[in-house]
Design a protein around this ligand. Structure first.
Ligand SMILES: Cc1cc2nc3c(=O)[nH]c(=O)nc-3n(C[C@H](O)[C@H](O)[C@H](O)COP(=O)(O)OP(=O)(O)OC[C@H]3O[C@@H](n4cnc5c(N)ncnc54)[C@H](O)[C@@H]3O)c2cc1C
Length: 288
């Protein structure tokens, strides 16, 4: 793709952001279609951030970490035993059904900032209670939980010129057991429904993505039965009050309602049915 409006490409460090600029991650989306509003590309790889950094607090994933690097990564030291969720990283990387060329170039940050409902890195980071670190052009830093970062298809909380520096997955989340379910209309199609369950002490966290315009999360204080888990989903389809009445927290519900995404990758009713089935399955799997 020739990007005819681009007049300058430069490393991001030291570049003062201005309207018409875009942060360049792996470029797999930026170079895939015309970008008439853009003038400059600011390449984030110039920062030279370490892709993955383990600490006692958790795992920091740099925005420039590629999907391939994340898929290959294994923890060392005590985390190698304690972080039971590590297979989920690979499952989510595989859910992004791209060629090896895209897998090797696309970045975790680019996938999250693109804010596609099928964004598998958003699914992963939201399910593990990840927290984004955002840098503003004026030098400010703020943190936003991933569950609230994506606000709809293609929209995020990023302000003009702000960039995603990293996502941190907390140690406590990485210790949980997880269950993963994903469906696409075709064998190599984009995710149309993706549900991740994660044990959280005696409780359970269920995160729904791909089927909904933005990530939606249900937190249960105790492990629900499959019927109890789907009942939470059904209540969310009715109204916010239904969730509050049941003592459930349903983050990401637009206007208090659960809505279903509608595009060529799946009809809303099918996405809803698959999600309901997957919610029951992950609840059953993690109840044992
Ligand atoms: C063949 C193919 C198959 C695909 N299949 C899937 C799929 O199954 N599921 C899915 O979700 N997606 C899929 N995609 C889209 C894919 O998610 C994106 O192309 C990829 O995630 C973008 O990552 P990138 O690093 O290349 O981002 P870029 O193309 O570099 O950037 C994407 C956008 O994010 C912005 N951006 C990038 N990094 C940052 C940052 N750190 N801070 C702020 N803004 C930033 C850019 O300015 C741009 O607006 C597919 C793409 C292809 C080409």
């Amino acid at each position: 793709m020739d990007l005819e409006t681009i007049t300058e490409y430069r490393p991001a460090p030291g570049a003062a952001w201005q309207p018409g600029d875009a942060w360049l991650g792996g470029g797999t989306w930026l170079f895939s279609e015309p970008q008439p509003g853009l003038r400059r590309l600011l390449d984030l790889r110039g920062f030279g951030w370490a892709p993955l950094t383990e600490s006692r607090g958790g795992l920091e994933i740099a925005a420039t970490c590629t999907i391939a690097e994340l898929a290959r990564w294994r923890p060392g030291g005590p985390a190698a035993v304690a972080w039971a969720t590590v297979p989920l990283l690979r499952q989510c990387c595989d859910a992004l059904l791209a060629s090896f060329k895209v897998q090797n170039m696309a970045t975790v940050g680019g996938n999250i900032c693109l804010a596609l409902p099928a964004g598998a890195m958003t699914s992963l980071a939201a399910a593990l209670d990840g927290v984004t670190t955002l840098w503003s052009p004026g030098g400010g830093v703020r943190e936003v939980p991933v569950i609230g970062f994506v606000t709809g298809p293609g929209t995020t909380v990023l302000r003009p010129g702000e960039l995603l520096r990293s996502v941190t997955l907390p140690d406590a989340s990485l210790r949980g057991r997880t269950a993963f379910r994903q469906a696409s209309l075709s064998r190599l199609g984009r995710s149309a429904a993706l549900v991740i369950g994660r044990t959280d002490g005696p409780g359970l966290v269920i995160t729904v993505t791909a089927a909904t315009p933005r990530p939606v999360q249900f937190r249960f204080a105790a492990r629900p039965s499959p019927d109890e888990a789907t009942a939470a989903l059904d209540r969310a389809g009715l109204d916010r009050a239904g969730l509050d009445g049941a003592g459930l927290d349903g983050a990401g519900l637009d206007g208090g309602h659960l809505t279903w995404h509608d595009d060529v990758h799946g009809a809303p009713a099918w996405r809803a049915a698959m999600t309901r089935r997957f919610v029951a399955e992950v609840a059953a799997e993690l109840r044992e």
